[in-house]
Design a protein around this ligand. Structure first.
Ligand code: PMP
Ligand code: GLN
Length: 399
């Protein structure tokens, strides 16, 4: 049966349609299922395997017990919006009005989708870096916009400033930035961010910045693009509690933006979910107000995990790019004799009992050759899990 609708365009754009026209799940779902059926260690999908702060978990339990179980307001509870505004002020000296400039969403996922659907017309251009988080392509496909990319070339994954300038034109409606970057772990420096803001001004484009890994930087401070001169009034900043508080399953995210933009994004968001996560919203407000030591400890712990997995991958024979932020390390399997990371990742559970994700899943067909042998491994896992994964991978070179 041929089923009409926008699904095929969206799936094509998100690279979920095989050449045979068959619809595939996202690479994250595929690889997590593969880990489940083979019993392999899942370093594919990015989610932590330990709970986040006790205060946050307790606050959610208390909220459920206290009857906070009905629809919250569409914008999110004022308590959480206030905590988000306080967080922007405390960490970045950004002055955000909790009444009008904050929107709570069902994860960063909904914030991204609602923003793209609200702000573009079919035929507009949207610029992303490439590799890109797969949802950007899905949202672009669903909106009918045209996707342009700026390459992040291996092995350093830093953009060329002229490539940024060339991609952003009068046809550009949105520039989607992801900093720190999934899958590469790249952190954009101030100079690159300035080039983006300048180009956005020159061509009257809006900036959508996905900063879900804002608290997961290892040696550098996080620079929200909205803090650059002239950026705030044209920037939608997106984040998520999932990453910062290890609550990916709660799906509490948010965006901050000028009030006119929040109003029109809400117009779409209210018909996607209306609202979600009533008892989780006060709990995330507690999390956002935790002392600085919590945030510092989170990044320090993750840095040690990065180092453990990076050492394991290097010892196993991969060449790696050391990530500056986020959950993931990109490893080149070519040195081990594997040129096709897609095939390699499908075979890895039986070769070594580990699951990773091919970077090609974040890259368009025509650019796949440039990233062909690269694999993304998640290191947001317990130390014993990372050590065991390293031991298993060490066997690869002696097969
Ligand atoms: N953006 C990026 C770059 C991500 O890596 C993720 C999740 N891994 C999301 C958005 C989605 O976040 P959420 O789970 O809050 O919807
Ligand atoms: N963002 C997570 C990752 O990159 C996965 C999220 C999802 O599966 N939708 O691994």
């Amino acid at each position: 049966m041929t089923i009409p609708g926008a699904w095929a365009r969206t799936a094509r754009s998100a690279m979920l349609l095989g050449v045979d026209g068959e619809l595939r799940p996202t690479v994250f779902a595929e690889m997590t299922a593969l880990a489940a059926t083979t019993g392999a260690i899942n370093l594919g999908q990015g989610f932590p395997d330990e709970d986040g702060p006790r205060e946050v978990l307790d606050a959610a339990r208390e909220a459920i017990a206290a009857g906070v179980n009905q629809y919250p307001p569409g914008l999110g509870t004022l308590e959480l919006r206030t905590a988000i505004a306080e967080h922007q002020s405390r960490f970045y000296a950004l002055d955000v009005d909790p009444e009008t400039e904050v929107l709570v969403t069902a994860g960063a996922t909904e914030a991204i989708m609602a923003t793209v659907l609200a702000l573009v017309e079919a035929g507009d251009e949207i610029v992303t870096f490439e590799p890109f988080y797969d949802e950007y392509a899905a949202a672009i496909g669903l909106s009918g916009a045209v996707h342009r990319t700026v390459p992040l070339p291996a092995p350093h994954f830093q953009p060329d400033h002229d490539d940024i300038r060339a991609a952003i034109t009068d046809r550009t409606r949105l520039i989607i930035v992801n900093n720190p970057h999934n899958p590469t772990g790249t952190v954009l420096d101030r100079a690159a961010l300035e080039v983006i803001v300048e180009a956005a001004h020159a061509h009257d484009a809006l900036i959508v910045t996905d900063e879900v890994y804002e608290h997961l930087l290892f040696d550098l401070p996080h620079i929200p693009i909205a803090t650059l001169p002239g950026a705030r009034e044209r920037t939608i900043t997106i984040s998520s509690a999932g990453k910062t508080f290890s609550t990916t399953g709660w799906k509490v995210g948010w965006l901050t933006a000028p009030r006119e933009l929040v109003r029109v994004i809400l117009a779409i968001k209210q018909f996607l979910t209306y609202a979600n996560g009533a008892p989780f919203q006060p709990a995330i407000a507690v999390g956002l107000r935790l002392p600085d030591e919590f945030f510092r400890g989170l990044a320090a712990d993750l840095k040690r995990k990065r180092d453990v997995l990076s050492a394991g991958l290097t010892a196993a024979g991969f060449s790696i790019t050391t990530p500056e932020g986020g959950y993931f390390v990109v490893a080149d399997a070519a040195a081990l004799g594997f040129d096709d990371a897609g095939e390699f990742c499908r075979a890895l559970p039986s070769l070594a009992g580990v699951v990773g994700v091919p970077v090609s899943a974040f890259v368009r067909e025509e650019h796949r050759a440039d990233y062909r042998s690269l694999v993304r491994f998640a290191f947001c896992k317990r130390f014993d899990v990372l050590n065991e994964a390293s031991n298993r991978l060490a066997g690869l070179s002696t097969r």
